[in-house]
Design a protein around this ligand. Structure first.
Ligand SMILES: Cc1cc2nc3c(=O)[nH]c(=O)nc-3n(C[C@H](O)[C@H](O)[C@H](O)COP(=O)(O)OP(=O)(O)OC[C@H]3O[C@@H](n4cnc5c(N)ncnc54)[C@H](O)[C@@H]3O)c2cc1C
Length: 387
């Protein structure tokens, strides 16, 4: 596996600085309204294009910033400390781009990557179906070859960017009877057009602002040259190939949410007084703060470790799985503890912590549930330590 080399410290500091400025100036003042009205942040997306976020991990030769995964993970963490939903708008888009960059034909890279990098053509991953998410080999969306086209029928659900995105890495069966099942699976780059419909917007507990949708394909015709890599039967491998990067991204979101929950708790616990002193001086609250701070730091170190290994081009499914598992559970724990520290105000829509508490559970589901992460870690552990 070849990945982009890490940039030098100065370049990284500059990029992180501009992301910080963008978050302070263009995002923070609007989060509360956009979140509670569940509005897609179109103006912010325009600014994200200018910042280059839609090309963050796309190679410079195709118009991207070519950032290392380590730098990218720091950006995702920063963004998620302010509003996790924003990271979803470029995260799954970049995983789609990574599938093209790693497995696409040169023609596909030249045609799509520059438009992905500029943000002119945005999208994500369309893998999950109403009947299956974890067991992707059970999908029922089928693509039948007809001359130099394929005809696709099926339904995808929970697709991030499904309404505002225009192009999706679409996982289908090209040979539904194949055994093993993954040999009959292929990944297409599907742009919206006749036969490709958004059937509904899905309502959610949190992760507001970003659109999650059900997509229906009815006799949708797509040119054969949109099959990623050009050959049938490698779709599952191509879709899962991006998951190590995806897990590091989700882990980084977990660090961001956990950090934000900690920051809110550290601030509030000094301002709120009971029984004649700030609540941070009550041992029950201090114990929570100590635990949360340790979880956040450990989560960040696990993410950095996995990203470093990924950047070296080494296999890191175990390390990425550990980072994803730990950091996302930390996000759940810290958001709940921070809410408790806020007392009744933690339950109020006027305080940030209730959003963090609603956002965190998504992280233990997406990019492979945490149940699956534990199994992946255990399997790797046995493989790497045979007796
Ligand atoms: C807000 C949101 C955004 C999403 N965005 C996208 C997107 O952009 N693109 C996309 O394709 N999908 C997306 N998803 C779907 C997501 O990836 C799936 O929900 C996830 O993969 C889990 O699949 P499932 O919901 O079908 O659960 P299931 O696979 O039905 O799992 C149900 C439960 O069983 C457990 N389980 C399943 N199999 C095993 C096993 N072998 N061993 C132990 N436990 C097991 C799971 O851990 C889970 O607890 C999104 C989901 C949400 C909620």
């Amino acid at each position: 596996m070849e990945h982009e080399r890490p940039r030098d410290g100065d370049a990284e500091a500059l990029i992180l600085d501009s992301v910080r400025r963008f978050l302070e100036r263009d995002v923070k003042p609007h989060v509360h309204r956009l979140e509670h009205d569940d509005v897609y942040p179109e103006e912010i997306v325009e600014k994200m294009k200018v910042l280059g976020l839609f090309g963050a991990t796309i190679a410079a030769e195709y118009g991207g910033l070519g950032l290392s995964t380590q730098t990218y993970a720091r950006i995702v963490e920063l963004v998620s400390t302010v509003w996790m939903s924003l990271s979803g708008i470029f995260n799954s888009h970049l995983i789609m781009a990574a599938a093209v960059q790693r497995f696409g034909t040169e023609e596909q890279k030249r045609r799509f990557l520059p438009r992905f990098a500029s943000g002119e053509l945005r999208g994500g991953l369309a893998l999950t179906e109403p009947d299956c998410g974890t067991d992707l080999q059970a999908i029922r969306t089928v693509a039948r070859r007809e001359g130099d086209q394929y005809r696709i029928n099926g339904t995808k659900t929970w697709i991030s960017n499904g309404i505002y995105g225009q192009c999706f890495a679409l996982l289908v069966k090209t040979d539904p009877g194949a055994q093993p099942r993954h040999r009959g699976m292929s990944l297409f780059l599907a742009e919206k057009g006749p036969g490709f419909a958004v059937s509904r917007k899905l309502e959610k507990l949190g992760y507001k602002g970003i659109d999650s949708a059900e997509l229906v394909f009815s006799d949708y015709r797509i040119p054969a040259d949109r099959l990623i890599g050009g050959g049938e039967g490698r779709g599952l491998q191509h879709a899962l190939g991006g998951l190590e990067l995806g897990r590091i991204n989700v882990a980084a979101r977990g660090v961001g949410v956990a950090q934000a929950a900690l920051d809110e708790a550290v601030r509030y616990s000094q301002l709120r007084h009971t029984f004649g002193k700030p609540i941070c001086e009550h041992q029950a609250i201090a114990l929570k703060l100590g635990e949360m701070a340790t979880q956040v730091r450990a989560a960040r170190l696990l993410v950095e470790d996995a990203a470093r290994i990924y950047d070296r081009g080494e296999r890191c499914d175990m390390e990425a799985g550990m980072a994803k598992l730990f950091a996302t559970e930390a996000a759940i724990d810290c958001s709940l503890e921070s809410m408790r520290i806020h007392g009744g105000y933690g339950y109020s829509k006027e305080f940030t912590v209730e959003r963090l508490y609603r956002d965190a559970p998504l992280l233990v589901i997406g990019e492979g549930t945490n149940e699956m992460q534990r199994l992946i870690i255990a399997r790797q552990l046995i493989q790497r330590n045979p007796v």
